[in-house]
Design a protein around this ligand. Structure first.
Ligand SMILES: [Zn+2]
Length: 324
């Protein structure tokens, strides 16, 4: 294996020729003089298209690489400029770093990975960089990830909800992809206009590909979904279905209790009064005492609950409950 190949491997760079390496023992620094391999030369730093050369730019530049043992490692290379038909005069792309970056791709990726898994001070000390630099690097890595992977591609089953913050004074509308479990879109506000921006970003074709939308029963969500997603079935999300059923059950129990009391069925009324928690639970999770309450309450409430549930049916056609 040639020396250059070994150094390129150690420095974590590809498409790069390592011309020579210098050590500065006192500064504990290693400087690798590099140049792009032939196929990577003369390309626009933004779009990577091959372009005519423009000038030598501002001479040699340095990029920080991951440390090698206890040594800080730097790459040094020319930074010529090219004239891109699309982007004008820009610094030519280099295979070892992102456009405009002062660190190598591997360094950037390591910072971004660590930022999601470790503390600020650990990251700062281990990689010897300022927190401000971490922010710039993470932004660059995320931008590249977003550009490479469209989060709105391939959506079929989505969930729409709102999250409150500032003690319920402000809201964010969020959209999740049920198939991947990922958050795919979010924006401040909770009204038709806010949600309309999501459907605008999605575009007509991809809106038509949406098959299911879960949400609460909010009218603004229902209207906006109906306006944009002709093929989507709207589903009530399980959280709200359970909340509605619990409320309905409570109402029925209260009415039945009142009726029993007024009808002079004191013992029956007492049983019903204490049956509240029993009715919320599945029979297999009940204690013996509560099981008794549930049996007492059962015949009336089941019938009444059905009537109640009918009255509570979702306001629009096409809405139905699904299991989570
Ligand atoms: Zn370009």
């Amino acid at each position: 294996m040639r020396n250059s190949t070994v150094w390129a491997g150690l420095l974590g760079v590809e498409g790069t020729v390592v011309e020579r390496v210098e050590f500065d023992g006192e500064a504990e620094t290693l400087v690798a003089h590099v140049r792009p391999a032939r196929a990577a030369t003369g390309r626009c730093g933004v779009c990577r298209r091959r372009c005519p050369g423009f000038d030598q730019g501002e001479g040699r530049r340095r990029w920080r690489a991951l440390d090698l043992g206890l040594f800080r490692a730097l790459l040094e290379a020319d930074a010529p400029r090219v004239a891109c038909p699309g982007h004008g005069v820009v610094v030519a792309s280099v295979p070892w770093a992102r456009h405009g970056a002062r660190h190598t791709v591997v360094f950037d990726d390591t910072v971004a990975w660590m930022a999601t898994r470790t503390s600020k001070s650990t990251l700062e000390q281990l990689l010897r960089i300022a927190w401000r630099t971490v922010g710039a690097i993470v932004t660059r890595v995320v931008d590249e990830g977003v550009a490479a992977r469209d989060p709105l591609a391939g959506l079929a089953r989505i969930g729409i909800d709102e999250i409150s913050y500032k003690k319920g004074h402000r809201y964010i509308t969020v959209v999740v992809d049920h198939d991947t479990g990922r958050l795919v879109w979010a924006a401040p506000g909770r009204d038709r206009k806010t949600l309309g921006a999501f459907f605008a970003a999605l575009g007509e074709t991809r809106c038509a590909a949406i098959t299911h939308v879960t949400a609460d029963a909010a009218r603004w969500i229902a209207d906006e979904v109906a306006a944009h997603c002709p093929n989507a079935i709207r589903c009530a999300d399980p959280f709200h279905v359970v909340a509605w059923a619990t409320d309905a059950l409570d109402e029925v129990r209260r009415d039945t209790w009142n009726a029993a009391r007024k009808g002079g069925l004191a013992a029956h009324a007492r049983d019903l009064k204490h049956a509240r928690y029993a009715m919320w639970k599945n029979p297999e999770n009940l204690t013996d005492r509560r099981r008794t309450y549930q049996r007492v309450a059962a015949p009336e409430h089941v019938i009444a609950l059905m009537a109640q549930a009918e009255a509570l049916a979702l306001p629009d056609d096409g809405a139905r409950a699904v299991g989570g």
